[in-house]
Ligand binder design. Structure first.
Ligand code: GSH
Length: 371
């Protein structure tokens, strides 16, 4: 058994880019490995129940999956250097960015990777290089095709089609524009040190949009965003403190508006579907992986996507950060949403009636399974 923890993830994987840069910044004794196809289909699938990355095998043989679970684990062991800002608004903002990067920017990741032929070819080559390093590339591409096909098949699941694509691209424009303006003034999202929000956003922006050659043009006029990504790749050196006064910089408001208006409308739909399922199935200990499809909108473009129940588990974490703020983040939320003073915002980040916990890497209903 390895005497140090091992992190398994490919460079093309956004969630692995998030955990890898986090691990590097924290200076953790964790070996970074790009798993082969036989590791993915063998020990990893056996240990965490499916072929997925990132995973971490701890020195005692315990396996971790889900980028948030991996970060939570190491944070519980070594909170320093701090990556969760102590201010309640910055902490909520960082948590919102994790949900946004993991569960909403994925639309942009998949769109740019699989609809630009140059990117799709690059990704298939990378899958072959990492998964079957011993095989000639043409053979590797063929052997790894089923994994690549599966990734591509998520486009309709996430609601990406010709109607919603302009909305996805508009979101990316807003996100990169806000970041470019912000990083002209600050090294990281909340000041002089990186946070959970930085690692989370870096994942899809770097591993898909920037590293894939056919979408790199998005960063041509974004030197400050490129500088920020370079810093994160180098281990995200601390350059100062978190901003004073629990400030969430106004330059980021357009990005948060995308998250709060579009993604959280979708999360409210999902949580409503989970609640309805629980009401109809009072004895159920778990919810199905998906609860059908529902309408959503992204930057004004309407579509339909699958109600994947796991997303509630990620979203709950941001709602918990909102509750912990006890109203102190409301003024910032109003500003980001362009609402007037005193407007009610407590339901924007929907309250959760039927919380989920992860058990054997799958979400189950808290309170309906023995703890
Ligand atoms: N919620 C997971 C998502 C991980 C994930 O979707 N990883 C992708 C690669 S970036 C994967 O392995 N997908 C395989 C699949 O969905 O079948 C996390 O945060 O770690």
């Amino acid at each position: 058994m390895a005497s140090v923890a091992v992190h398994y993830g490919w460079l093309v994987s956004p969630y692995s880019a998030k955990t890898r840069t986090y691990i590097k910044h924290k200076g953790l004794a964790v070996q970074d490995v790009q798993p082969t196809a036989s590791q993915l289909m063998g020990v990893i699938r056996r240990s965490v129940g499916r072929l997925i990355m990132p995973t971490v095998r701890l020195a005692d043989g315990t396996w971790l999956q889900d980028s948030s679970v991996i970060i939570d684990h190491f944070e519980s062991e070594a909170p320093e250097p701090l990556i969760v800002p102590p201010g309640v608004s910055q902490c909520l903002a960082a948590s919102l960015l994790e949900v946004f990067a993991d569960e909403w920017l994925s639309m942009a990741s998949l769109h740019y990777r699989w609809t630009i032929p140059e990117n799709a070819a690059f990704a298939r080559g990378e899958f072959a290089r990492c998964g079957l390093p011993w095989a000639p590339r043409f053979l590797g591409r063929r052997m790894i095709a089923s994994i690549a096909d599966k990734m591509e098949s998520y486009l309709p699941v996430l609601g990406i089609d010709e109607v919603t694509t302009p909305g996805v691209e508009a979101m990316v424009e807003v996100v990169l524009g806000a970041l470019e303006a912000h990083f002209a003034a600050q090294p990281y999202l909340f000041g002089g040190r990186p946070s959970l929000g930085d690692f989370s956003l870096f994942g899809p922006l770097w591993a898909h949009l920037y590293r894939d050659p056919g979408s790199r043009f998005l960063f041509e006029d974004k030197p400050n965003v490129r500088r920020w990504m370079d810093d994160l790749l180098r281990g995200a050196p601390v350059r100062g403190a978190f901003l004073e006064g629990d400030e969430v910089p106004a330059a980021l408001d357009p990005l948060f508006a995308c998250a709060l208006e579009d993604q959280w409308a979708w999360i409210r739909t999902l949580v409503g579907a989970v609640d309805a399922y629980c009401a109809e199935n009072p004895d159920a200990a778990r919810v199905p992986r998906a609860l059908g499809e529902a309408d959503f909108a992204i930057r004004g473009r309407a579509g339909r996507r699958k109600l994947v129940t796991f997303v509630q588990w990620k979203a709950q974490r941001a709602r918990a950060a909102y509750d912990a703020a006890e109203g102190q983040a409301d003024a910032w939320l109003r500003r980001a949403l362009g609402l007037e003073d005193g407007a009610e915002v407590s339901d924007v980040l929907t309250p959760i009636s039927n919380p989920l916990i992860l058990r054997d890497f799958k979400p189950v209903l808290k309170g309906r399974v023995p703890s």
